[in-house]
Design a binder for this molecule. Structure first.
Ligand code: PRP
Length: 212
């Protein structure tokens, strides 16, 4: 079988992704996982994992450097990459929301709303579809600070436990999208490595049905 390269999103999804892969018999050596190596082969020699930032998973897969990848729907909604998305893995449940410390601003006819976010495309689409004029302020992280410090009126950001919102005095106003991790596949790899990729989709799909 030809080797498959799988791009794994580092961070919140990494542990659950590796657990799901291990459940279907695709295991990276513990010693490699404990190291800082960013490219690691599985014990069976059939798969190579590359560990990249979540936003870079679609980039590596679209360019065919990775045949497939595991990444959150939030990242895919923001990305313009042309990828196949054959499987919802059902792990990493979270949601993209609108949150603020001044809910009254969102209900009034307010004028132009200032929205801080790591998701400029999702935010623009969301408010655009509601006819609400916005100024998007793009940030790379710690978005919750923006309304508190007066940089924005609200945020569009990811919520998992809700703890970051709560501990920074913000309230969730609306859910923009519910998100889970998806398997994404490069279009050419899907043809050229059809056997290996179909097998991977089948194994991961069956393990998802089994609730692993
Ligand atoms: C994400 C998100 C929130 C936080 C939500 O940030 O942007 O800040 O996690 O998680 P919670 O609901 O469980 O508290 P991330 O950890 O990716 O860091 P960042 O702010 O640097 O982007």
């Amino acid at each position: 079988m030809r080797e498959l390269t799988i791009a794994i999103a580092k961070g919140r999804l990494q542990g659950a992704t590796l657990k799901r892969l291990r459940h279907v018999g695709i295991c990276a050596p513990d010693e490699a996982l404990a190291s800082r190596r960013l490219s690691v082969r599985d014990e069976g020699g059939r798969y190579r994992f590359i560990f990249v930032k979540p936003v870079d998973v679609p980039v590596y897969v679209e360019h065919g450097i990775a045949d497939c990848g595991v990444v959150g729907l939030d990242v895919l909604l923001e990305s313009e990459a042309d990828l196949l998305q054959p499987l919802d893995l059902g792990i990493g449940l979270c949601r993209v929301v609108v949150a603020t410390d001044k809910p009254e601003l969102l209900s009034d006819d307010f004028g132009v709303l200032r929205v801080a976010t790591k998701y400029p495309r999702i935010a623009a689409e969301y408010f655009g579809s509601r006819g609400i004029p916005v100024e998007i302020i793009e940030l790379a992280g710690s978005v919750e600070l923006a309304p508190i410090l007066g940089l924005s009126d609200c945020i569009v950001d990811l919520v998992e436990t809700g703890r970051t919102l709560e501990e920074n005095g913000l309230r969730e106003i609306e859910v923009v999208a519910d998100c889970t991790a998806r398997l994404v596949v490069n279009r050419a790899s899907f043809q050229l490595k059809a056997g290996a990729i179909s097998r991977l989709i089948k194994m991961l799909g069956e393990s998802a049905e089994g609730g692993a």
